[in-house]
Design a protein around this ligand. Sequence first.
Ligand code: NAD
Length: 474
Amino acid sequence: MSQLKIPTFKENVDAFVLKASKALKLSEDLINHIRSTHSVIQVNVGIKIKNKIENFTGWRAVHSEHRLPSKGGIRYSAHVNQDETEALAALMTYKCAVVDIPFGGSKGSLKIDPKKYTEQELKSITHLFAERLIKKGFLSPATNVPAPDVGTGEREMVWIMDTYKNLFPTDINYLACVTGKPVAYGGIRGRAESTGRGVEESIREYLRHEHLYKAVKLKPHLSDNTIVIQGFGKVGKSLAYELFTRDKAKIIAIGEFDGYLYNEKGIDILSLIKHYDKNKSFKNFKGAKFINRPDEVLTLTCDILIPAALESVINMRNVEKIKTKLIVEAANGPVTYNADEYLYKKKIHVLPDIYVNSGGVVVSYFEWVKNITHVRFGRIQRRYEENKMQELIDIIEETTGRTVPEKHKTNIIHGVQEVDLVNSGLEDVMRETFKEILNNYKNLKNVSLRTATYAIALDKLRKYHQDMGVSNYH
Ligand code: NAD
């Protein structure tokens, strides 16, 4: 790719795909077909706000429909555009294929700064946007299912679900038209934390492989490495929480749009969450120094750098200043193609987005399955398991004449809950997928972890096209 013209987000994603397709020796016509967006709609919604008509432009891109529904978040931001939406939709195709989730890829966006509008205004705008997508065939439980992304959350998802339910009151599967809902409205326990937790699982998995962490001089225990995170939204905050509470991680800096917090001894994340939730800002937090140069957070010296906010933040303008050993892409597309090439040459490892942040779509899949089966995971077997375990303990106590200590009893008897199953399913996906990445990393020879990951997706998509008889590919 030329260094003169700044490539768009979609061009960056396409370049990563092309590179992996060459490693797999796939034909050019197949790869051109795989890379193309199947359909994209642009809508405009007009609404009267404070006596003035405001117009909002939105998009929904469907990158692939080889498996249905197509899946992907809806983003609310003043900076969105069609190219970005198509790039994010494409990433969803590859992500679902990598982690073997039976969905196609999609994404939506609305050009709006949500901070400028009241809750009631946002609700009306969301209803109109959702209605337009539904009526045009770009949103339904069977064909196209959104989830939260930047600028949206559980609240917007429940509004969208409500719009669909009102338009199709006889659709028994209306809850499945969107994921990332609050639990009371058909959401699943563990979804809100799933992306952050999946990112954490990806780092844990990486550190289980000596040849990887030794190659970049990382220490085997997560807690012995310094960590920097960019972004303290849904993904960044839950990731920081998981790393701090489960791994005792030393997070030395966290960035937001207006600056970053720094404490070389590590930030107390629980105190920070309390402060941030109350003040909606890092400013005046006692446990770290606030520095009002937001971009600087990416170039701090650290062992593990985790961009968890926006795309293209590590690019040819700052890549030479990056001083880390491992980049973990919690955000979608944070490293541009040319910057990635540079990092590869510098032997800095990059764990790619389509694996790292897949926890969100993995648990969205569990939520969608829960919604179409109409039963909570664990509901049927929990009491049965508890009774069986109680029986086992009774037999042990009877035959040995000894009493099992109460704390062990409680742990053993505790039947499985929805959140246990969700977390175990998520861990399984992250660990099994990493094995496949490592196989490709070894077998394809001299490729990056990203190319090894894309190769999983492309091989599956190739097989799909072959089985459908679209053409004669290798
Ligand atoms: P979010 O809107 O909840 O959080 C984004 C955060 O980034 C916000 O707090 C925002 O203030 C901050 N930010 C904005 N500009 C910044 C800057 N210049 N420097 C530092 N911080 C900045 O969004 P999210 O859901 O956490 O998504 C973050 C990234 O993760 C996106 O790339 C998204 O596509 C990706 N992702 C999200 C999910 C999910 O389940 N939410 C799943 C997969 C991938």
